[in-house]
Design a protein around this ligand. Structure first.
Ligand SMILES: C[S@@+](CC[C@H](N)C(=O)[O-])C[C@H]1O[C@@H](n2cnc3c(N)ncnc32)[C@H](O)[C@@H]1O
Length: 219
């Protein structure tokens, strides 16, 4: 899935993954996961998620990473006029006076290593519809990128498991065995799990239901 694929989805408004409310699994886990004072939270493949301003409003420093300019523009236009954009290595870094503590790096998340030295140490990673948005080769690169960019960070990972990933496009199915390979020697804790009816897109692929799992582990 390349930039063209995601740009086209944003252009066509095919963003069924976007939620107007703060994600329920983040809300459920936030108190325990973010305990102990302000954190630096990385939100990879962030889209225009309202989780970003919500986390920033709790006093955390929030760094989103999103490939598609239209998504970042949509998020920042929700704060009103006045967004500032500056270059940061391969990224365009967006900020807004109405959303203090929030920055979005517009560009490819797989290039985070190029700016690691310019970012504050990352304490937390909120992965919602990020790992599952990537095909298998990119999932391996993504996990390696996070391990290098945010060592020691506590990850809250939301994944879908609907059987072996047949690589028919996002959302991909990510099973526990793959997490073992992507994040080796990192004990994981399943903090939530539920079975839900599949989206119409997945139903068209013959998937009736999917297991949503929320994991915590340290990079
Ligand atoms: C399934 S959506 C999830 C968005 C967001 N996490 C949410 O919960 O609404 C995946 C997002 O990742 C973006 N994306 C895809 N590949 C990317 C990459 N390599 N680097 C940064 N963003 C990427 C897409 O444009 C899309 O907005």
């Amino acid at each position: 899935m390349d930039e063209g694929f995601w740009a086209e989805r944003w252009l066509q408004g095919q963003i069924g993954f976007h939620q107007n409310d703060v994600h329920e699994d983040l809300l459920k886990q936030a108190e325990a996961w973010l305990a102990g004072g302000p954190k630096v939270v990385l939100v990879p493949l962030c889209g225009k998620s309202v989780d970003l301003p919500w986390l920033a409003a709790q006093g955390h420093v929030v760094i989103g990473v999103e490939l598609v300019e239209a998504a970042v523009e949509a998020l920042f236009s929700s704060f009103g006029p006045g967004a500032a954009v500056e270059a940061l290595g391969p990224y365009r870094r967006w900020t807004h006076p109405a959303a203090p503590g929030l920055a979005v790096l517009q560009g490819d998340c797989l290039q985070l290593g190029a700016v690691r030295a310019q970012l504050p140490a990352i304490d937390r990673v909120w992965d919602r519809a990020a790992l599952v948005a990537l095909d298998a080769p990119r999932r391996a690169l993504y996990a390696a990128t996070l391990i290098a960019a945010a060592p020691g960070a506590d990850v809250l990972l939301n994944v879908f498991d609907y059987g072996p990933d047949l690589s028919q496009g996002p959302p991909h199915s990510v099973q526990a065995a793959e997490l073992d390979r992507l994040y080796p020697d990192r004990p994981r804790r399943l903090v939530d799990e539920r079975v839900e009816p599949a989206s119409p897109g997945l139903k068209a692929r013959g998937v009736d239901a999917l297991r949503t799992q929320t994991w915590r582990f340290v990079l």
